[in-house]
Write a protein that binds this ligand. Structure first.
Ligand code: G4P
Length: 531
């Protein structure tokens, strides 16, 4: 096969998606079942050994195990029906929505898992908003249909009201809880029968035909049959129409009802998803749209994670490939650092293991060993030395704290750890002029990130922290005035960033007015253009 043809074939069979949910909706179970269908694992429970060890293979850090939440996001790859699928797991907790956003930058679509008994939950809303900002297609899997849940129409209404997205039910559940009989696949016009928790083969069979047909009456009984006909008619009349363009623009979500635990509806969902979603698309850069089929290799770093393996101090940069073929040992330009580098130890995450990657294609994520040279958003590319992909937006911190090391002898490790976490993008660091490097101001988007900071400094750098929470919630940058000339209102604080930008930490929006009143000529701006 010619190189070009090979690249086209490989790109076309790639699907890269992020999976989001409120904790406990069933994201891990669904991921595990995908891997099971793809033959990447042999046994359910391999991804997450239940109860005894409540964490997923994607949960690297001890803190995640302890709290049962996913703090970082990870990547898994598997093959299914000749598709090569990349799943990007995201932290379920809203405090890590900035990490979710970065992960979504590397994804081409998202799968949202909802618990049928809970409907749209608080963290689903927050994570969904992040998805919406990216404008990628969103597929919904309403899980746990094997047990009592909300009415399906109520769930659709919930999605539309709480999330502001149109929905199209791809299949329709018949019966609820113990009486759950299966789903009617609206597009294939077939009834997919559920036969209880026979782990593995829960679709006991299918019956095709128009739902009004008498054969369905025989299977479902008069009452249930009449109810389903009524509901489906109502859906046809009042529901949104199936529209592929709206799905691909992220304006309409195809909704699938199923049960990850009993495998019911998982494979039809996977098949439909692979069929509807698109392969990697061109990405925007300072050189215009870069086509994945462009033979020059290019990609960007969307995540940096240090110390994934506590036994060696490693640091991995996650690269999303956007164009061309990646081969091990390839020489690339690190555009932001204006440096030529060789990618000699790339890793990929196949189901449960790390493997050395020999080749990879657009849509794939590879982990590259980072000796401390990469930052989030960096572009790596062959030939086009100045190609830069769109910047990854940063979120404004909403929680602040003053931190220092308990033991002042540990100052070096303290600074090293803080620097590392800042480079991973999980904290933002500010200084108070004249206060010395022993005391820093930290800004985080979610308060749990402070706990992660404390935990990681202790476990990875042997530094105990003194953390003093500050009451500020807002931050702006200040220009056109010297630091020492600024008169600050009560209940606010000034600090500076690493590159000497002055920032104003405050509690209420009106503090900005007070600041402007006191300081003529002062210019107050958002700290990130994306805010
Ligand atoms: P998460 O990653 O979104 O946090 O959810 P996870 O897959 O860990 O699932 C949360 C709980 O919901 C688990 O039970 C899991 O077994 C259960 N679950 C997932 N899918 C289904 C389903 O289709 N039906 C039913 N009835 N339950 C489902 P757990 O008791 O919290 O943990 P475990 O003891 O099963 O590990």
């Amino acid at each position: 096969m010619s190189n070009n043809l090979n690249l086209t074939t490989e790109v076309n069979r790639r699907r890269t998606f992020a999976i989001i949910s409120h904790p406990d909706a069933g994201k891990t179970t669904l991921t595990e079942k995908f891997l099971l269908y793809g033959g990447a694992i042999r046994e359910a429970g391999s991804v997450k050994s239940r109860r005894a060890n409540k964490h997923a293979v994607s949960d690297w850090m001890e803190i995640e195990k302890q709290r049962g939440i996913s703090v970082t996001s990870s990547v898994l790859q598997f093959e299914y029906n000749n598709y090569c699928v990349n799943i990007l797991d995201t932290p379920g907790h809203q405090d890590f929505s900035e990490d979710t956003y970065r992960t979504l930058m590397a994804a081409d679509s998202a799968v949202m898992v909802i618990d049928s008994s809970k409907g749209v939950e608080a963290q689903t809303i927050k994570l969904f908003k992040v998805c919406k900002m990216r404008g990628i297609p969103i597929f919904t899997f309403i899980n746990k249909m094997d047990r009592h849940g909300k009415e399906p129409l109520e769930l659709l209404e919930d999605i539309e009201k709480a999330l502001g997205i149109q929905s199209y039910a791809m299949n329709w559940p018949i019966g609820n809880s113990k009486e759950f009989k299966g789903v009617f696949n609206r597009r294939e016009k077939q009834f997919e029968i559920f036969d209880g928790g026979n782990h593995g083969q829960a679709i006991a069979g299918t019956v095709s035909g128009d739902i009004s047909d008498n054969k369905f009456k025989d299977i479902l009984g008069d009452h249930l049959h009449a109810q389903v006909i009524e509901e489906l008619e109502l859906l046809d009349m009042a529901g949104d129409d199936y529209n592929i363009d709206s799905i691909l623009k992220g304006e309409l979500t195809p909704v699938f009802f199923g049960s990850a635990l009993t495998n019911f509806g998982v494979e039809p969902f996977l098949k439909s998803f692979l069929n509807i979603s698109t392969p990697p698309k061109p990405r925007h850069s300072n050189h215009g749209e870069i086509n994945p089929l462009d033979e020059n290799f290019s990609g960007f770093i969307f995540k940096i994670q240090a110390n994934m393996n506590p036994s060696h101090r490693d640091r991995i940069a996650f690269l999303r490939i956007c164009s061309g073929k990646f081969t091990k040992g390839i020489s690339v330009n690190h555009v932001q650092k204006n440096k030529k580098i060789k990618l000699s130890q790339p890793q990929q995450f196949m189901a449960q293991e790390f493997k050395t990657v020999e080749v990879a294609y657009p849509g794939d994520i590879i982990g590259i060993h980072d000796p401390g040279i990469f930052s989030i958003g960096d572009t790596l590319c062959e030939n086009q030395s100045k190609l830069i992909y769109d910047r990854i937006p940063q979120f404004s911190p909403e929680h602040f704290a003053k931190i220092s090391a308990k033991n002042s002898m540990k100052r070096k490790q303290f600074l090293k750890g803080i620097n590392q976490l800042a480079e991973e993008g999980s904290i933002q660091v500010f200084k108070r002029p004249f206060s010395g490097a022993e005391e820093l101001i930290i800004g985080v988007v979610g308060v749990l990130q402070l706990e992660v900071l404390e935990y990681r400094l202790k476990n990875e750098y042997s530094v105990d922290l003194i953390i003093q929470r500050l009451p500020y919630k807002l931050i702006k940058k200040i220009e056109n005035i010297r630091f020492e000339d600024i008169s600050t209102p009560m209940d606010s604080m000034l600090a500076i960033t690493e590159n000497d930008t002055i920032v104003f930490l405050h509690q209420n929006p009106w503090s900005v007015g007070h600041l402007e009143d006191r300081n003529t000529g002062i210019v107050v701006k958002e700290i990130f253009e994306s805010n």
